[in-house]
Design a protein. Structure first.
Length: 259
């Protein structure tokens, strides 16, 4: 995914580090800039390798794994090369209202959808995470920066909504009920097969029964994942609506200023 230019934890972390380095003249300012972007830092002098945790994640990224420009020594060198005048740049940027960026007209087809499906397809579009369309991470609206690290999850949610034509919260609840019913049926059938496999049977029949159990277990795993995705949709739909509303307000404001 990273080789294809899609946003990942690593290339978003590189971008954050580059921005923080460019606005710092010492290590304390560098750390402050990263914390302001929501990163947890593991920069203790006792550590062999520095690391950070992106917002919304738990796993630490070791900086030296991001490339030669991101080792502890190289970051210190890059900061030392900065001129003191960049502090003025930092102050201007801190109070800068982000620009809005033109999007390709593929959005017209998305806006023709409805309900939750439309909501999530548009969000993935804004994140640059739909096929044949890539958003430049450096020009992403600031309201979406944190969710850029979760774009795989939003894409999965959009696919589920499209696959089952789910438009409303009621549709989502009905789908969850169907999945739960299907899971209960599969669990019952699997229990029966497990009891059968414990009987004294020909080896061939035992192997066939175990293969059926394996297939049912795989299907249960898929359905549990689907239930989890439904829960994520229910949990995040308000956040998605709020972010898109913010983007729309600022784009409308910019249009009015340009008239």
């Amino acid at each position: 995914m990273e080789q294809a230019g899609m946003p990942t934890r690593h290339n978003v972390a590189r971008q954050a580090i580059d921005e923080a380095v460019a606005l710092s003249v010492n290590m304390e300012e560098f750390k402050s800039e990263l914390r302001r972007r929501g990163y947890q830092l593991h920069f203790d002098s006792s550590r062999k390798y520095w690391g950070l945790v992106p917002p919304g994640w738990k796993k630490t990224i070791r900086l030296h794994k991001l490339g030669d420009e991101y080792t502890r020594e190289r970051i210190e060198e890059r900061i030392a090369d900065n001129d003191i005048s960049i502090r003025a740049v930092r102050l201007r940027q801190r109070y800068h209202i982000p620009n809005n960026y033109s999007l390709k007209r593929r959005i017209d087809r998305i806006m023709g959808r409805s309900g939750l499906e439309k909501l999530y397809l548009r969000y993935c579009y804004e994140l640059g995470y739909l096929p044949k369309y890539r958003q430049n991470p450096t020009k992403l609206h600031i309201a979406l920066k944190e969710d850029l690290l979760k774009c795989d999850q939003y894409s999965e949610q959009a696919k589920l909504l499209s696959r089952y034509h789910i438009s409303t919260d009621e549709d989502l609840s009905l789908h969850e009920a169907k999945v739960e019913e299907r899971m209960a049926d599969i669990s019952t059938k699997r229990d029966e097969l497990r009891r059968k496999a414990r009987r004294v049977l020909p080896e061939e029949e035992i192997m066939e029964t175990k293969e059926q159990i394996k297939e049912l277990t795989s299907e249960l795993k898929r359905l549990r994942r689907e239930m989890k995705v439904c829960g994520q949709i229910r949990e995040r739909s308000g956040h998605v609506r709020e972010n898109l509303a913010t983007i729309d307000r600022e784009r409308q404001k910019q249009k009015e200023q340009e008239r």
